[in-house]
Design a protein around this ligand. Structure first.
Ligand code: AHG
Ligand code: MN
Ligand code: MN
Length: 328
């Protein structure tokens, strides 16, 4: 699909979601309501990110979040914006954030709360002060009957009804899947809309590029170290930005593989299952790629905690399989 819009092919995020909903018999349009809240929130977050050194929003707040990591001012601002924009959508029952220890229980299913939205409000925030791409990652689950609403969100990733991210990079890009392929939108600042630029994205195969923080090589398992030395001898190149959204977005568009394996420091892995690995794995699988952790499909992992961590290997099937061949 040609990436530029003209007067006769302009399609916004809203119009695209609505047209997609028409294809689902019995669609109620309530999902559009959630996507529009995500669109509004991420436009506002993007504005704050782009004003980072103009407004006093750079730096950390001196507090430690539930992850044991120092919180950046923009982590808090982004979290507050999303909580506000999604909180007033009356079909959202639960909001769960990387920045909040426990989920925010807004309304029961009986009161109309049929969806849970889980999110990493600002991913890669340690890169903010050097103007490197950062992003927002979101995952949408349907709230099923029974159980406390905290337990209700501990669903395996294959249950997600939608997943996506917004990358605040050289352009502001929204990538979204509702289980029927991956679509990409770019924020056209002139009209204030996310405009559709690519539909049904497919991750290219054959790109011999891996993305990992090689400073940890000595802390990786022997199998991962074997893969890396094999890759060094087989013409691979390396790209690593240190913001998962930016690294995964490059893998989605160009192929290759992103891996954040377990290390001796982080034996469970560093990245969070529910609002980093799962949404990204849904996107990558919907684009024809593969997402695994410790040999298992990421989307099959049954979670035991909102903030549980996992190893992550995400990429084109051929490149993920090249790693699996070394980690049998
Ligand atoms: P967050 O900013 O939400 O805490 O996420 C940071 C994550 C992820 O974006 C990135 O892939 C990873 O941290 C980078 O970790 P290292 O600095 O250890 O490479
Ligand atoms: Mn993150
Ligand atoms: Mn974050």
């Amino acid at each position: 699909m040609d990436n530029s819009w003209t007067q006769d092919n302009l399609e916004s995020l809203q119009s695209h979601i609505l047209s997609e909903e028409q294809k689902h018999p019995g669609a109620t349009g309530e999902f559009t309501w959630i996507v529009s809240a995500i669109s509004l929130a991420t436009k506002a977050i993007g504005n704050k990110v782009r004003c980072a050194r103009i407004q006093d929003v750079i730096g950390d707040v001196g507090s430690i979040n539930v992850q044991g990591e120092s919180q950046q001012k923009l982590d808090i601002i982004a979290n507050t914006i999303i909580m506000h924009c999604l909180g007033n959508r009356d079909n959202v029952g639960v909001l769960a954030s990387e920045e909040n220890e426990t989920p925010v229980l807004l309304r029961s299913r009986a009161e109309g709360g049929r969806y849970a939205v889980l999110f990493d409000p600002l991913d890669g925030s340690s890169n903010l002060d050097v103007s490197v791409g950062v992003g927002t990652i979101f995952s949408v689950l349907r709230l099923e009957d029974g159980g406390s609403r905290e337990e209700a969100i501990l669903q395996p990733g294959f249950k997600q009804v939608a997943a996506g991210y917004v990358l605040y990079g050289s352009s502001t890009v929204l990538v979204l899947t509702t289980g029927n392929g991956v679509d990409m939108f770019v924020l056209d600042q002139a009209i204030g809309s996310f405009v559709l630029v690519s539909k049904k994205l497919k991750i290219p195969s054959g790109n011999k590029t891996y993305s990992t923080n090689e400073a940890y090589t000595e802390k990786y398992s022997e199998e991962i170290r074997n893969y890396l030395s094999w890759a060094h001898k087989n013409g691979y190149s390396s790209r690593y930005i240190g913001s998962m959204v930016a690294d995964v977005h490059r893998v989605l568009l160009k192929g290759g593989v992103f891996l954040y394996p377990t290390t001796t420091d982080n034996p469970e892995g560093k990245l969070r299952l529910m609002y980093e690995a799962n949404p990204m794995a849904m996107i990558i699988e919907q684009a024809g790629g593969k997402g695994v952790c410790c040999g298992e499909r990421i989307l099959d992992v049954v979670p035991s905690g909102l903030h549980q961590r996992t190893s992550v290997i995400l990429g084109s099937t051929d490149q993920v399989d090249a790693i699996l061949e070394h980690t049998k």
